[in-house]
Design a protein around this ligand. Structure first.
Ligand SMILES: *Cc1c(COP(=O)(O)O)cnc(C)c1O
Length: 403
């Protein structure tokens, strides 16, 4: 299902803005630069004291007992599946509307992802559809907080408890969001954050596994470093009192986080609440300018939720427009607005069609959402004026292609 649409000229000959507005650039500054230089001059650049400091700071920020930094959210999710003892023959119920990581990690362990459709208002897995997918082989539910809007955690945790399932959370988007005044990271058995370059807190690459279970946290540290028993003593090993000897009791992975990444993470975390405020202001600008536009539907925040607005998913009322989503996206680019479609759902991909026998038509809400979806820029790097430009571009295109 490859899309190929020729680039368009801006409508009326001139775009709404002169320079290109990037979709989701990182917000880095002198604090990150200073911390990186400090690390480079410290003599230790991989997993060490700054990684530990970053873990403590994130754990404090979320109010969770244990945080283990790893090389990516995908690595954290894989460890979550391993630590939940999910293996060949097991099933994990998850959302079709996610990135590859969520389902790949289940398949890495020889288990089977089973998709349940999303709800049309939050784009998160619909708790009501989960129960009918449960079989004797189901071991866990793996949910995603789409765009930073937390899932209905009470409903999910009720289902998990009732059926004796682990609740794993792909919180790649949702650090700093809350549900019923509880921070993401405190709800679920294992919660995984992403610090990928485009995410709200960016360390280039990086992720974190959070849990209230000390045993799980201990195992995660070991499994993220080859299965070496005193995995976190690597840097002490090179000190005068360190020992060269170690034992490897488990088949672990090379999933460790580095002090170079922590050098970005520590100052980014200090700025996170400010970033979220800026994102929420930007979402407010869209609300004011597009709230009455009959050609689009804006994302809604449920009353019990405070979203970090990692994404701003706009849905097109295609019935009112003479062009489809793909052309709409290209038209926005011609207006110098950087946009994306996150994502082409997993049942759209050859791998899952072949291995799981799924098709997008089996998930009508996901399919409908996907066909209407345009993700607009909302990052803190974009000013209110930038967001106004993006909103004016949407209005311009809607006006031109109104049915
Ligand atoms: C970005 C993302 C991931 C992967 O994160 P990495 O840190 O790049 O491994 C996983 N799940 C979702 C929903 C994501 O958006």
């Amino acid at each position: 299902m490859t899309q190929s649409i020729a680039p368009f000229e801006p409508i009326g000959g001139a775009p709404v803005r002169e320079g290109f507005l990037p979709f989701s650039p990182p917000s880095l500054g002198p604090e990150e630069e200073a911390e990186i230089i400090d690390t480079l001059r410290s003599g230790w650049i991989t997993t060490g004291p700054k990684t530990e400091r970053f873990e403590k700071l994130v754990a404090e920020y979320c109010g969770v007992e244990h945080a283990v930094a790893v090389s990516s959210c995908t690595a954290a999710l894989h460890l979550a599946v391993v630590l939940a003892e999910i293996g060949p023959g097991d099933e994990v119920i998850t959302t079709p509307f996610t990135f590859a990581s969520t389902a790949h990690v289940v398949m890495y362990q020889g288990a089977k992802p089973v998709f349940a459709d999303i709800s049309p208002d939050t784009f998160n897995i619909d708790p009501e559809l989960i129960e009918r997918k449960i079989t004797p082989r189901t071991k866990a539910i793996m949910v995603v907080d789409y765009g930073g809007h937390p899932c209905d955690m009470d409903a999910l945790s009720d289902i998990a408890t009732k059926h004796g399932l682990k609740l794993l959370v792909d919180a790649a988007h949702s650090i700093g969001s809350t549900y019923k005044d509880r921070q993401v990271g405190t709800m679920g058995d294992i919660i995984c954050f992403s610090f990928y370059a485009t995410k709200n807190l960016a360390t280039g690459e990086g992720g974190m596994l959070l849990t209230g279970d000390e045993e799980v946290a201990k195992k995660a540290k070991i499994m993220a470093m080859y299965g070496i028993s005193d995995a976190r003593q690597m840097w002490a090993r090179y000190s005068p009192k360190g020992s060269w000897f170690y034992d490897i009791p488990e088949l672990g992975f090379k999933y460790n986080f580095t002090d170079i990444q922590a050098s970005l993470g520590i100052p980014q975390l200090a700025k996170l609440n400010g970033f979220i405020e800026r994102r929420r202001e930007n979402a407010g600008v869209y609300g004011r300018l597009l709230g009455d536009c009959p050609y689009v539907r804006l994302p809604e925040e449920r009353p019990e939720v405070r979203s970090n607005y990692h994404l701003f998913p706009l849905l097109l009322n295609l019935e009112q427009l003479t062009i489809g989503r793909d052309e709409f996206v290209e038209r926005l680019k011609a207006e110098n607005i950087g946009v994306s479609v996150l994502w082409s759902p997993l049942p759209n991909h050859t791998l899952y069609q072949r291995e799981l026998g799924v098709n997008l038509e089996d998930f009508p809400v996901t399919q409908d959402t996907y066909l209407r979806l345009v993700n607009l820029p909302v990052s803190p790097a974009a000013s209110a004026d930038d967001i106004e430009d993006a909103a004016r571009a949407v209005l311009k295109i809607c006006g031109h292609f109104a049915r």
